[in-house]
Structures are given as structure tokens and as C-alpha cells.
Design a protein around this ligand. Structure first.
Ligand code: PMP
Length: 415
């Protein structure tokens, strides 16, 4: 993901034309939207596709005999094919639509996970988002399995030696962030998968912060599950996906029961649909899946290599300029990072910093980033976090740096 720092395209695109929300002034200032780790803004093609779907294609899917239903089904399945393309999954049938990363991980915990027994172990890392911790805790409470966690080094890298030492014959599953939302660390997923598989464990990768920022190839990673959210890749909220290795998916028990996930139903015995439909009970987020496909097509059209290179340049620029400010401490300085910059400024509370930056039109996130164990590991209550996307440019970095300097002045800590 740290693409070589070559010529920065000042902006990858005409941001105001592609992203209408970005041309709106906030608090009288140009909006510097640097909260992309939380959610990304949507390009016009995505916004328009939602209207277009409801104007021309809306119907319920999979069970209609009429033209519109078949058309909507085709478009929904085209969305699945776009997700397959994004992840380079072998087959579209390996992709289950969910509400997002959180639901994807809960789905695995509540289907595959139910076979666990007392003494089995799940290994996560200290840099996981709560959504890759709590579902496993709930599963451990139900099954008697044990949740273990691998350490993070002072610079925010995973302690690979500790990770390896915690794998053993009891480890059944490893849950791992591809990119840390709080630190930006990119984990060496393929290597970690190899280690986990050698110990006999499956691997679930939380790709929430990865898919919009670099090419992901689940076959090259060789992971067993890969989860992500549509809203973090320029798509709508309420839709996401889970890739499951096909041999595992074939044996997964159903999750929620209802329409669309069955083959036959009687009061004595019901049988289940095969493939991803078994996990898509009820009327799905049809428009969401269609429009997610449009968002993916947009991202692949811009090119993930270009996006990665662009964001790497911005991250470097922001890191260098922030580091040059006395009193700024960057949390997460791993050699391999994606476009996330977490920092503290003197003893200014991150929330105060976020509020002052907001008055300058700079949108950042402040707090524990749903990674409380990681904050505990660093002995801090939270951080301020700037996170980049393809539409950010140097003016956003200028606004961030100027906003931090203003905060230092207001708090009387400027030097
Ligand atoms: N994992 C990571 C690494 C994340 O950054 C997030 C969102 N902040 C999630 C999981 C949860 O994603 P969602 O809320 O879209 O389910």
C-alpha cells in the first residue's frame, strides 16, 4: 500500500464535479473532509444510480416471474459480481451481501463459530476494531472458547513474534484487521494467514479500511473470510459483503431464517438454499447492492493503484508537516501504513481539537475509534484522526495543519 512516492496528481479528479457534497461550505469555510475512515462521501454516479434504480428497476428479487423482478434480480447479482471483481474472489457465489463489516463478522461468529467447544481458541490482535472483538467475546461466552490477543509494538506494527507464539493446536480462528482504523498500520496478511493455516486455524480479515485504498486479492491473501462495508468505499450505508472460501461456505449452517434462504419449508422439516442466498433471509438491501456495484465500478475505473499512490503522497506530506509542529505526537508510525494519521497535540483533548478544527471546516474524528483495547495499550484515552480518500489534496493538509496551529494558540501552547 505504500506505493512509491511519485508525482502527486494534485487531485485525482475534479472533486466538486464528482462529489457534490465537497463543494458545500461548512461554517463558512471550504470543507476539508478528513473523516474518510468513518465513512466516505459519494460520487454523483453513485447518488444518481440510486434514483435511477428506483425509477427504472425497482422490484423484489429472486421470486418474481415478471420482467421487472427479473431485471432487479439481474442488477442485484451484477452488484455481487462487482464485489467479486473488487476482491478477486473465484466466484460471485462466494460473496454474501450483509449490512457491512460488523454484520459480516457476526455472521461468521454465529454460523461457523457455533461448532467451537470449550478450550478452543480465537486469536485477534490488540489493534482490532470492536466489531472484530465483541462478536468473538459473545461466541466465547456461548461456547466456552477462549479469546486471545496478539500484541502491538510501540510503532503500531503487529508483534509478529507474539502472534506466532500464540498460535497453537487449539487456535481455530484468527481475526485480523487488514488495515488498522486507528493507526493506519497495514498488516502482512498473507504471511499471517500462512502462519495461521500452518497451525490449523482459519483466518477472517476485516477489510473495512483496506478495500477503498489498495488492491485486495483474497486468492493471493489465501484468507478464509474477508469482510468490508460499502459506505467506506464510496457506496451507500447499510450494505457490505462477506467473502467466504467456497468449501467453507458450502458447509456453513444457515443464520437468520425466513424468505429467500430456503429451498423447501414444511412444519416437519425445512431445507436451505445453496450458496450465498442461504444467508440473505428476507428482502435484501436490493438498491444498496446495485449501487455498491456502481461504486466499485467507479473505484476500479479511477484505479486502486492510482488511489493508493495518491493517498501515500498525502499521508507522507501530512505526516512530515505535522511532525514538524512542536507538541504533536503521532500514534502509529509503522513502516507500512495506509492513509490514516492519528495524533495528539500537547495535552489538548482530542475532542477539543476536533471542535476547533471544525470551526475551520476541517472534519476529523476524535476519540477511541472503537478500538478501546488499543488505546489502553498506548495508555491514552483517544486520538485525533485524519483519514484520506481519493478526493483529498494538499489544501486539506494545509487546513489541517493551520487548524492544529490555531488550537495550540487558543490553548496557549504555541511556541
Ligand atoms: N472494522 C474496521 C477496521 C473499521 O474501521 C470499521 C468502521 N469504523 C468497522 C470494522 C465497522 O464497520 P461498519 O460500522 O461499517 O460495520
Amino acid at each position: 500500500m505504500n506505493a512509491p512516492v511519485t508525482a502527486l496528481e494534485a487531485s485525482l479528479l475534479d472533486r466538486s464535479a464528482d462529489f457534490p457534497i465537497l463543494s458545500q461550505a461548512v461554517r463558512g469555510k471550504r470543507l476539508a473532509y478528513l473523516d474518510n475512515g468513518a465513512t466516505t462521501q459519494k460520487p454523483s454516479v453513485v447518488i444518481d444510480a440510486l434514483t435511477e434504480f428506483y425509477e427504472h428497476s425497482n422490484a423484489n428479487i429472486h421470486r418474481g416471474v415478471h420482467w421487472l423482478s427479473q431485471h432487479a434480480t439481474d442488477r442485484y447479482e451484477e452488484g455481487r459480481e462487482q464485489v467479486r471483481r473488487l476482491l478477486n474472489a473465484p466466484k460471485a457465489k462466494d460473496i454474501i451481501f450483509t449490512r457491512g463489516t460488523t454484520e459480516s463478522i457476526n455472521l461468521v461468529a454465529q454460523t461457523w463459530g457455533l461448532q467451537l467447544k470449550a478450550g478452543d481458541e480465537i486469536l485477534v490482535t490488540d489493534m482490532e476494531h470492536h466489531s472484530n472483538i465483541v462478536p468473538w467475546q459473545l461466541l466465547c461466552e456461548r461456547t466456552g472458547a477462549v479469546l486471545r490477543h496478539a500484541k502491538v509494538l510501540d510503532d503500531g506494527e503487529l508483534d509478529v513474534a507474539d502472534f506466532r507464539s500464540q498460535l497453537n493446536e487449539h487456535t481455530r480462528l484468527v481475526g485480523l484487521a487488514h488495515v488498522s482504523n486507528a493507526l493506519g498500520t497495514v498488516n502482512p496478511v498473507a504471511d499471517l494467514v500462512r502462519m495461521a493455516h500452518a497451525a490449523g486455524a482459519l483466518v477472517l480479515v476485516d477489510g473495512a479500511q483496506a478495500v477503498a485504498h489498495a488492491k485486495v486479492d483474497v486468492q493471493a491473501l489465501d484468507c478464509d473470510f474477508y469482510a468490508f462495508s460499502g459506505h467506506k468505499i464510496y457506496g451507500p450505508t447499510g450494505i457490505g459483503a462477506l467473502y467466504v472460501r467456497s468449501a467453507i461456505l458450502a458447509d456453513l449452517p444457515p443464520w437468520q431464517g425466513g424468505g429467500d434462504m430456503i429451498r423447501t419449508v414444511s412444519f416437519e422439516h425445512s431445507t436451505w438454499a445453496s450458496g450465498p442466498q442461504r444467508f440473505e433471509a428476507g428482502t435484501a438491501n436490493i438498491a444498496g447492492a446495485v449501487v455498491l456495484g456502481v461504486a466499485i465500478d467507479y473505484v476500479l475505473g479511477v484505479g486502486l493503484d492510482r488511489i493508493a499512490a495518491h493517498e501515500a503522497v498525502l499521508l507522507n506530506e501530512a505526516t512530515e508537516r505535522m511532525q514538524a509542529l512542536p507538541g504533536v505526537r503521532i500514534i502509529g508510525t509503522a513502516p507500512h501504513k495506509a492513509g490514516i494519521l492519528s495524533f495528539l497535540v500537547d495535552d489538548i483533548h482530542p475532542h477539543d481539537l476536533g471542535t476547533i478544527l471544525d470551526t475551520e471546516g476541517v472534519a476529523i474524528r476524535a476519540g477511541h475509534h472503537c478500538a478501546m483495547p488499543l488505546m489502553t495499550r498506548f495508555g491514552i484515552p483517544g486520538t485525533a484522526r485524519a483519514s484520506f480518500a481519493l478526493y483529498n489534496d494538499s489544501r486539506d493538509v494545509d487546513a489541517l495543519v493551520a487548524g492544529v496551529q490555531k488550537a495550540q494558540k487558543l490553548f496557549g501552547v504555541s511556541r
